[in-house]
Each structure stands twice: as structure tokens, then as C-alpha cells.
Design a protein around this ligand. Structure first.
Ligand code: NAP
Length: 393
């Protein structure tokens, strides 16, 4: 069997045959006949130029194959073939195996949902794995701003500009940052995952940029690299990653967001998306956000300016005044949380420290009981409907 390769394909069931991709492809790898628009595996160089121009998302299909599907085979398709089972060892082709490891890392972060997470029914279709370890995107640092006032707690807001390189992202997705240099065995470092904290149209709208929220960890190889970046520096990026921790596009959906520390990154993206689209006229957002102190809470200043009609905020401090965690304040606000749990328009998002899961689950258990519901059954039903999302590290 040949070494498996990743093949770019187009979904014939979704494609509207507008031929925009064919016109965009710089190497003439996309061709069509009377039936289908297809990608010639011998010519495609994975430049990704065709991905953002496709109006339907049908262009963003990939299969790992032992033998690429020919153009003629693809012309005959009514639907895409399933991914072939190549067996783990054969499919592990060096770089691809490492990219898969990144996807696995994110899948592990989502395990707290208690089962396989699903995207909200009205979420936009995400692009994933456009830029790989073998072919990362290069971004330029547009800004690096300190977010916290606590000298012992350095959290940075980093803005990355992708220039002409496509990097279509959705709120809730992550990217990988590859630290420069090599490890003790001389191998390049693996990328580290960071949640995107800006909305889909960018930190600065429509300039193909995004932001990250990164805390400096004392011994952290990548966090120190990212926190020390200067304007104009170039950064190697993989991704985007994540196809389930996404926000519903339904403006009526109600978002219940529970986060700790830099786990607030996706919540900021959700909030900015709503600010730019529906404003206070949406179904509303409720947030329980835990930090050590006010000074170490990322985005404290900007958060204070978000109107309550858009975001009902509960900022919770563990090392200031009475020690409290998010789950304690959820209990204090039992009626509010219970009302949200009872509403089929509610979507729950939990992001941050893995340790918070247990306490938050317990709070939900008690609050659900108060309205005669069994939490795990409710949670599993919500997850199946794409309304329950956890991302913890
Ligand atoms: P942190 O400052 O260490 O902690 C934030 C708050 O959570 C503190 O008040 C902390 O209290 C509290 N906390 C600790 N244990 C808790 C528990 N069992 N239940 C509830 N609250 C608890 O947070 P951080 O250093 O920013 O870390 C955030 C985490 O989010 C990291 O693990 C990071 O990997 C993850 N994350 C980051 C991103 C991102 O984009 N950067 C995205 C997703 C997730 P005390 O310390 O006072 O006990």
C-alpha cells in the first residue's frame, strides 16, 4: 500500500457549481464537467486559496487516502465517499499524525461534556486544519497588550495579522502557535493551542486578523514566547481547530457562559460577535467569570462597559474579599440559572481550568433538582442538541 496522503475534495451534494473555486485556483487543479466540480490531486498544492471564496463550504472536504481518487472517479460521484479505514499505523504519516494529535488535544479538552459534543444546530460551518505543521501560516504580530494589573499574573492580548493568507475562523475555535527552535532531541517544537478571543470578522473588523488571550506561565515555553512577542514579529500558526465549541447564529439563543481566567477567551469572542450583530436585542448572555482578583481578571475594564442588556455579568474573585468560585455564585443566583436551564433556547459554555468542572457540575445538579430535573439527563439531552459545551485544560 502507498503512503497515505490527504486529498482535497468537493462535496457534490452541497456544491452549487458556481465555479468560483475553479477561477480562483492558481494552479488549475480544479476542473468540472457537466456533473461535478472536482480537485485534481496531482495538481493541488494545498494553497487553500479556494477555501474562503466558496459560498457553500462544499470545498472544505478532506480524506486520507492510500490512492488518490482520480478526476474521472470524482466526476461520477453523487456523494462523497466515507473516510476509508486505513488503520492507525498506515494513516500516521509523520506531520499528519502530529496534526491529529492537536485535534486529539482539543477532543480531550471537550470531554467534560460527558459525551461526544455537537455543534449548535445554527452554528456556521467551521473551516478546520487549513494550515498544518507541514505547511503552517505565517502571521505578523500587530500588537501585544498587557491585560492585567497584577505583576504576578501577566495576561496578554495578542493581535495576529494574517495578511493575504486565508484564516477563516469562528468564535470558539482555536489556533496552534509553533514556538521557534527545537526540543532536546533536535525536533521542532509542537504547536500549543490557544482559543481565539476575537469574533469571526477579526479584532479589527475585516482585516484578516485575530486575537489571543495568553497567560505567562513561569516555565511555559510557548506562553513566554507569545507573551514576549513584539509588533512586527512573525509567528508560525496551524489550524483553525474545533468544530463543536461554536456559538449559535440564532440571535434568539440564550448563552450561559461559565469561565475561569484565560478560559474567558471564547466568551469575549461570543460577546463581541453579539455586540457587532444583534446588540442588546438578542436572547441575551449570562456570564459567571472567576479570577483571583479584580486586577488579574482579563478584560476587566472593557467588560465594565458592556451593557447588561447584552451581557449579565457575575465577576467572581477567589483571593479578594470572601473567597468565591464561579459555582458558589451560580448557587447564589439559583433562580436565574434554573430559569435558563428550563429554556430550550439556552446554550451552556464552560471554559477554563479542568478543576472547575466538578464544582460546576455539582452546582448544576443542585439547581436542576430545585426545578425537578435530573442534571445528567438534562445535560446529555442538551449536549445531543448541541447546547452543552465544555473546553477545559
Ligand atoms: P487562574 O487565574 O489560575 O484561575 C482562575 C480562577 O479560577 C481563580 O480564581 C482560581 O482560584 C479559580 N479556580 C481554581 N480552582 C477552581 C475550581 N476547582 N473551581 C472553580 N474555580 C477554580 O486561571 P488561569 O491561569 O487563567 O487558567 C485558566 C485555564 O483556562 C488554563 O488551564 C488554560 O489552559 C485554560 N484555557 C485557556 C484558554 C486560552 O485561550 N488561553 C482557553 C481555554 C482554556 P484560586 O487559584 O484562587 O484557587
Amino acid at each position: 500500500m502507498n503512503k497515505p496522503i490527504k486529498q482535497h475534495l468537493i462535496d457534490p451534494e452541497i456544491c452549487i457549481r458556481c465555479y468560483t473555486c475553479e477561477m480562483t485556483c492558481p494552479v488549475e487543479a480544479i476542473v468540472h464537467n457537466d456533473d461535478n466540480v472536482v480537485v485534481d490531486a496531482d495538481k493541488c498544492n494545498f494553497c487553500m486559496d479556494c477555501i474562503p471564496v466558496c459560498p457553500t463550504g462544499s470545498i472544505d472536504e478532506w480524506r486520507v487516502v492510500a490512492e488518490p481518487y482520480s478526476v474521472d472517479e470524482q466526476f461520477d460521484w453523487m456523494e462523497l465517499p466515507e473516510q476509508q479505514d486505513l488503520g492507525a499505523s498506515e494513516a500516521d504519516t509523520g506531520m499528519e499524525a502530529l496534526d491529529d494529535a492537536m485535534a486529539q488535544l482539543l477532543a480531550d479538552a471537550h470531554k467534560g461534556a460527558g459525551g461526544k459534543a455537537k455543534a449548535p444546530a445554527t452554528a456556521a460551518k467551521p473551516s478546520i486544519n487549513m494550515h498544518t505543521l507541514g505547511k503552517p501560516a505565517t502571521a505578523k504580530v500587530q500588537g501585544n497588550y498587557r491585560l492585567t494589573n497584577d505583576p504576578a499574573h501577566d495576561v496578554r492580548h495578542i493581535i495576529l495579522d494574517f495578511g493575504g493568507t486565508p484564516m477563516p475562523v469562528l468564535e470558539g475555535q482555536s489556533i496552534g502557535v509553533i514556538p521557534p527552535g527545537t526540543d532536546e532531541n533536535g525536533n521542532p517544537h509542537l504547536p500549543r493551542l490557544y482559543s481565539i478571543s476575537s469574533p469571526r470578522d477579526g479584532e479589527r473588523p475585516n482585516y484578516n486578523n485575530l486575537s489571543l488571550t495568553v497567560k505567562r506561565e513561569e516555565m511555559g515555553l510557548c506562553s513566554n514566547y507569545v507573551c514576549d512577542l513584539k509588533q512586527g514579529d512573525e509567528v508560525q500558526v496551524t489550524g483553525p481547530f474545533g468544530a463543536t465549541f461554536l456559538m449559535p447564529d440564532d440571535p434568539e439563543a440564550r448563552l450561559l457562559m461559565i469561565c475561569t481566567g484565560t478560559g474567558s477567551a471564547p466568551m469575549r469572542a461570543f460577546t463581541m460577535r453579539r455586540q457587532r450583530t444583534t446588540g442588546g436585542k438578542s436572547g441575551g448572555m449570562t456570564m459567571f467569570f472567576g479570577a483571583r482578583t479584580e486586577k488579574s481578571l482579563p478584560y476587566f475594564g472593557p467588560l465594565k462597559k458592556v451593557p447588561t442588556s447584552l451581557l449579565d455579568q457575575h465577576l467572581v474573585y477567589s483571593r479578594e474579599g470572601t473567597k468565591q468560585y464561579v459555582q458558589d455564585v451560580m448557587r447564589e443566583e439559583e433562580d436565574k440559572v434554573a430559569e435558563l436551564l428550563n429554556d430550550p433556547k439556552t446554550h451552556i459554555y464552560i471554559c477554563g481550568l479542568r478543576g472547575m468542572e466538578e464544582g460546576v457540575e455539582l452546582a448544576f445538579t443542585n439547581i436542576a433538582e430545585s426545578i425537578g430535573q435530573q442534571w445528567t439527563a438534562l445535560r446529555d439531552a442538551m449536549r445531543e442538541e448541541g447546547r452543552y459545551h465544555v473546553e477545559t485544560y
